[in-house]
Design a protein around this ligand. Structure first.
Ligand code: IMP
Ligand code: MG
Length: 335
């Protein structure tokens, strides 16, 4: 496994950040490269009791030897990026494609100022949609135009392809989730770019034949923020009772919740050509699975839940999240 692409299988917030943080520690990749839209995504993970969040850097940031790359298709908010570089002491290992688009204050103002975006679509207000619109109009500034970023400029597609050529291990980090894809999600309740595996590969500049594994990450239940349909949505009261109420890591908005949706999962698997699956937050549904590392120790109903997903999809659930901590994972990749 030299090139692993990870993407979200639902509406974002599946726990990709935690899974990637785990893989970064466990597999020691030479390169982690972030695709997706931009700082509208917040990937969170907890390590040794401390919670971390990244909106621009790859979630592999806790591995000090992994090179951290941001692909050309990603929008960069320079301040958010520079703050994260300082916070994670990542100055000497962060590289940003010189053709990344730049989010300016005007994009943020439009994102929060336009009724359609703010109230109908329910965007994160981080300026990504208006910036991608300007990019399509060919008037967006690029990273190479920003002196503060000059230290970090690189041809990221070149670096990633070179690493793969040298058989180095590469993790490609997708953001958002399949059903927020501009092309394949429930338009107009989507983000401003394609966030399926193919889109992510395009954003970082690798061709489809370069990918060895596509890991689609699901959460044990479904959540979404903002507008748009959510099949079998629970009432707020019911979601609270089940402990499924979450809040957006970028906006703080309360997430809507629904039970795991196998049909949605199957379509996500097709859209992404998944080769393996992860299921996070199993402990939220089955509290007795909290903190476990061995599959055999899971309660029977939790095993049934996982085996039902495997039976329906024909794919193995290789990674199971059992808690907040990066290492709260059942890793079944070699069994
Ligand atoms: P935008 O990406 O900020 O334009 O927002 C468009 C839609 O995508 C809204 O419903 C947002 O809540 C949703 N969205 C964007 N990024 C994320 C994410 O990282 N997690 C969850 N939802 C997201
Ligand atoms: Mg998130």
């Amino acid at each position: 496994m030299s090139c692993l692409v990870t993407v979200g299988g639902f509406y974002g917030d599946e726990g990709k950040g935690k899974i990637i943080a785990y893989l970064a520690k466990k597999d020691n990749p030479a390169v982690a490269v972030r695709g997706g839209v931009g700082p509208n995504a917040g990937h969170t993970f907890t390590f040794e009791g401390k919670e971390y969040k990244v909106r621009m850097l790859p979630s592999a940031v806790l591995n000090p030897t992994t090179r951290l790359l941001v692909g050309a298709g990603v929008l960069v908010n320079p301040q958010v990026l520079l703050d994260e570089i300082v916070k994670f002491h990542a100055d000497d290992r962060t590289f940003v494609d010189s053709q990344c688009g730049i989010i300016e204050q005007t994009h943020i103002d439009r994102d929060i100022g336009e009724d359609y975006l703010k109230n109908k679509v329910g965007t994160t207000g981080t300026g990504t949609g208006p910036a991608n619109a300007d990019r399509a109009l060919r008037k967006l500034k690029l990273a190479r135009d920003i002196p503060e970023l000059s230290l970090y400029m690189e041809d990221v597609s070149n670096s990633v392809n070179y690493a793969l050529h040298n058989n180095e291990r590469v993790i490609v980090e997708g953001t958002q989730g399949t059903y927020l894809s501009l092309f394949h999600g429930g338009y107009p309740y989507v983000t401003s770019s394609d966030v399926t595996a193919s889109g992510i590969c395009s954003q970082i500049g690798i061709g489809p034949k370069r990918v060895d594994e596509v890991l689609v990450v699901f959460k044990a239940y479904v959540t979404r923020v903002g507008g748009g349909p959510l099949e079998n949505e629970l009432s707020e009261e019911e979601a609270r009772k089940r402990g499924w109420i979450e809040h957006g890591s970028v906006t703080g908005r309360q997430r809507r919740a629904a039970p795991f949706d196998i049909e949605l999962a199957k379509k996500a698997i097709r859209l992404n050509s998944a080769t393996q699956l992860a299921v996070t937050k199993l402990d939220v549904i089955f509290p007795q699975s909290a903190g476990l590392h061995e599959y055999t120790k899971l309660p029977e109903d939790a095993k049934k839940f996982i085996e039902n997903i495997e039976g329906e999809t024909g794919l193995k659930v290789t990674l199971i999240g059992t808690g907040r901590e990066v290492y709260d994972v059942i890793d079944r990749r070699s069994s």
